[in-house]
Write a protein that binds this ligand. Structure first.
Ligand code: TYM
Length: 349
């Protein structure tokens, strides 16, 4: 029998890749919620640079983007003193535990990962081995802190399920050793995905059936955290809609992906619900609603973008935050890794 999940100290972990521009989906689906969780949990937030290099990254650009994601964390309101903010490559234990997990996870499990299939596309033979093994590194990110809660957008759900499977199999395979080393019945918690709110899957502004994504070639498809007010206004004005006015009830959004997306974005930005937004804007024309959405988006994102730019002007200060966070993360991760080595049967001095 596994120990109850509550037997583990509650800890939040999540990560964001430093690839391309951060957008409204990253903010509403993840970073805004990272901020909200700070009051209730100890949190570890990671710029996952080792995940980024599973596809080619220009080295000078990568450095800049690592700092930019860090700046976004801070500008959005994450407190790097109370919590831990760091970049993955400075804590070698992530890669170390990932190797152990490569030996726990089964090929069949990884073969089911839809994100690999999407990212590798038709030319699968030419994808990096890292892209294929990406989910085992992700499990290691979380479990090297024995984190219990993981806030993510909907697109990461399958990876989180895999992390739980890996934790469970490790606990089962090494059950006897775990017990004999005094860790009770389970060494790793089964991390719980936190996929909540009105914007767990923000869609492209150009196509309400496609996810808003950093890799979409059209910049008009997304609102970037660093877009200025005019750019935000233009993108919202150009966002695809249908000819009907907004419905007055939520069920009227079901067959209208673009309307659903814009109402969901408004709700998440306003800390409201879709139903609440439709109470105010039901039967309104899109022109009216879009102008309200622009005002709200500019009011919420403007200060974040400005603060990010200010922070980016002092890269040494950002690097100091990452150095401090990495040192604290390393202490936690090092403790877990020593225990894992004992459990697995490695000799260590
Ligand atoms: P990444 O960098 O693609 O995205 C960062 C976070 O943003 C969320 N997200 C979205 N949410 C709503 N709507 C969207 N359109 C949207 N696009 C992105 C993602 O779900 C994610 O929460 N594999 C992860 C990074 C990672 C990680 C981890 C996360 C590495 N290790 C451990 C949690 C725990 C990724 O590629 O996220």
């Amino acid at each position: 029998m596994l120990a109850k999940e509550s037997a583990f100290k509650q800890l939040v972990f999540s990560g964001v890749q430093p690839t391309g521009n951060l957008h409204l989906g990253n903010y509403l689906g993840a970073i805004k919620r990272f901020v909200e969780l700070q009051d209730r949990f100890d949190c570890v937030y990671c710029v996952v640079d080792m995940h980024a290099i599973t596809v080619w990254q220009e080295p000078t650009e990568l450095k800049k983007t690592i700092r930019e994601v860090t700046a976004a964390f801070i500008a959005c309101g994450i407190d790097p003193k109370k919590h831990i903010v760091f970049n993955q490559s400075q804590v070698a234990e992530h890669a170390e535990l990932a190797w152990v997990f490569n030996c726990v996870a089964r090929l069949g499990w990884l073969n089911r990962m839809t994100q690999f299939k999407e990212k590798a596309g038709k030319d699968r033979e030419n994808a990096s081995v890292g892209l294929y093994a990406y989910p085992t590194l992700m499990a290691a990110d979380i479990l090297v802190y024995r984190a219990t809660h993981v806030p993510v957008g909907e697109d990461q759900k399958q990876h989180l399920e895999l992390s739980r499977d890996i934790a469970q199999k490790f606990n089962n395979d090494f059950g006897e050793s775990i017990r004999s080393h005094g860790f009770g019945d389970a060494f790793f918690p089964l991390p719980e995905p936190l996929i909540t709110g009105e914007a767990t899957r923000v869609m492209s502004l150009r196509d309400g059936t496609k996810k808003m994504s950093k890799s979409d070639p059209s910049d008009q498809s997304r609102i970037n955290l660093t877009d200025d007010a005019d750019t935000i206004a233009l993108k919202v004005r150009r966002a695809k809609t249908d000819p009907e006015p907004l419905p007055s009830e939520e069920k009227g959004l079901r067959t209208r992906p673009e309307a659903d997306n814009l109402v969901g974005i408004y709700a998440a930005l306003a800390d409201a619900t879709r139903a609440g937004v439709l109470k105010e804007y039901g039967n309104a024309q899109f022109s009216t609603f879009k102008s309200a959405l622009t005002d709200l988006a500019v009011a919420k994102l403007g200060p974040i973008g400005a603060e990010m730019k200010r922070l980016m002007n002092d890269p040494a200060a950002i690097d100091a935050i990452l150095a401090d966070g990495s040192a604290r993360a390393r202490k936690l991760a090092g403790g877990t890794m020593n225990s894992v080595k004992d459990i697995v049967g490695f000799v260590r001095s």
